[in-house]
Write a protein that binds this ligand. Structure first.
Ligand code: SF4
Ligand code: SF4
Length: 447
């Protein structure tokens, strides 16, 4: 197969970034780079999804990397893994060495999986502010995305998702579910809730959202469902309305600048200073505009809000809101300004990274710190609701009608070839029972 054919297969298989962002894999791979990096770092607390992907799908991970290397003509391939998963690194090593791939061990710090941090730690290169790894000759893919690439070339489109289900549930597990499985069915796989008022953190406690609707379904990008009580401090803080965090930020921030001093992007030299964005809350006019620019390079890791700020304010959300406004107004530092504000890596960076053990303590989640080993999912799902939404580009349109019988892996939603976006496939055998603006429901039948 040539490069063009491989990219077409990857598109047709509906592969998007499985680590959370959801960028179409065929588009990302359509580049020449010298270094391909597999992101198996998984730095969010309580997650075991990528660990299990690497353990359960070792051969496919290596195959996916070989395909990525072939498409991009990269001369170097590295698998990045956290120190806490040294055993995974050792089990991968023989196959990786045979395929001439390196393994890079990263410290147990948060965040480490952010592409800007990962690329710097692995290669010593810094992606330009607001840029992408390609600009420094790198391609970064989550390990599950690479496994999906190998599967696509074997003729298997994306139908399943690895997820960790943990927190206030009976059994913490990592398993594979059909895309479109409801949160309710996922929680049952973990034995049910152990809290009367559950809140579900999707993807991670630091960067994920918080949901209470159990009818929501697993997407191609969801990596975890973490249950915490609604009354848990973290749930209360993460669900505070905008009006509340703006008001407390405006009245309580004493400009101590701890948020900036511990910001992982700031200590890597990027022009991000959350304390200045907090100061903008008290300003108007051109001064507010000038201070707002210091939000543009925020990766929304939440270190400032959930770890650094002694007043328990929310600089992360204020930076995130400010970024939306900057984008709308097409504002940012000019090229000349960036030459001044994009500084060298902070000399004390190593001492300022957040050890994961300290993070568990600060977040108050030590009680939920247990392994979520892989469990095979033999349950038959009765119904799935497969999202039509693509995180980037065009959403898919239904290519089936209500009443149609479909088989697992069959194409059910398409995106025009000339548009950015990926198609979707049936994740179980069944009948199309409903088509809504957001998804296609399939009810299970034995075919
Ligand atoms: S750490 Fe908190 S109080 Fe200090 S500057 Fe940042 S937001 Fe303000
Ligand atoms: S969320 Fe806070 S700590 Fe993280 S990058 Fe943004 S400003 Fe920095």
């Amino acid at each position: 197969m040539n490069r063009t054919e491989l990219l077409q297969i990857i598109r047709n298989a509906g592969i998007v970034g499985a680590g959370g962002a959801g960028f179409p894999a065929y588009k990302k791979l359509d580049a020449k780079v010298d270094h391909v990096i597999a992101n198996g770092v998984e730095c969010e607390p309580l997650l075991y999804k990528d660990r299990e992907v690497m353990l359960q799908e070792t051969k496919k991970l290596i195959r996916g990397l070989e395909i990525a290397r072939e498409i991009t003509s990269a001369s170097k391939v590295t698998i990045a893994i956290k120190k806490k998963n040294n055993d995974v690194a050792e089990s991968l090593r023989p196959l990786a060495e045979k395929a001439k791939m390196d393994i890079f061990i990263m410290e147990n710090v948060y965040p480490a999986g952010d592409e800007f941090i990962l690329v710097y730690d692995v290669t010593g290169r810094r992606i330009p502010p607001g840029g992408i790894p390609l600009q420094v000759g790198c391609l970064v893919n989550n390990v599950e995305t690479l496994v999906n690439i190998a599967k696509a070339v074997e003729g298997e489109p994306v139908t399943d998702k690895y997820v960790t289900i943990t927190g206030a549930v009976k059994e913490a597990v990592t398993t594979v579910v059909p895309i479109g499985t409801s949160f309710k069915d996922c929680i049952e796989l973990a034995g049910g809730f152990t809290t009367a008022h559950p809140a579900i953190f999707t993807g991670g406690v630091m960067m994920g959202g918080v949901e209470t609707d159990l009818s929501l379904s697993v997407t191609k990008t969801l990596g975890a469902l973490i249950v915490l009580p609604q009354e848990h401090n973290l749930t209360v803080r993460k669900t505070a309305p905008q009006k509340v965090y703006n008001k407390t930020g405006h009245s309580t921030c004493d400009q101590c600048s701890f948020c900036t001093e511990l910001c992982p992007r700031y200590i890597l030299g990027y022009p991000i200073q959350p304390h200045l964005v907090m100061r903008s809350l008290q300003m108007t006019g051109s001064e507010k505009e000038r201070l707002s620019l210091w939000a543009a390079n925020c990766c929304e890791c939440n270190v400032c809000s959930l770890f650094a700020c002694p007043e328990k304010l929310d600089p992360k959300n204020i930076c995130a809101d400010t970024k939306i406004n900057l984008r709308k107004e097409n504002k940012g530092f000019t090229k000349q300004e960036l030459e001044v504000v994009f500084r060298d890596v902070h000399p004390v960076r190593e001492g300022r990274e957040i050890p994961i053990s300290m993070l568990y303590q600060r977040l108050g989640i030590k009680a939920y710190d247990r392994k979520a080993d892989f469990v095979r999912n033999d349950r038959k799902v009765k119904e799935v609701l497969i999202p039509l939404k693509n995180n980037f580009g065009e959403d898919a349109s239904a290519a089936v009608n209500i009443g149609a019988q479909v088989r697992r892996g069959e194409l059910i939603g398409t995106v025009p070839e000339e548009k950015l976006g990926t198609p979707i496939h049936a994740s179980i055998n069944g009948v199309v029972s409903q088509i809504t603006a957001t998804g296609i429901q399939i009810s299970s039948i034995v075919l």
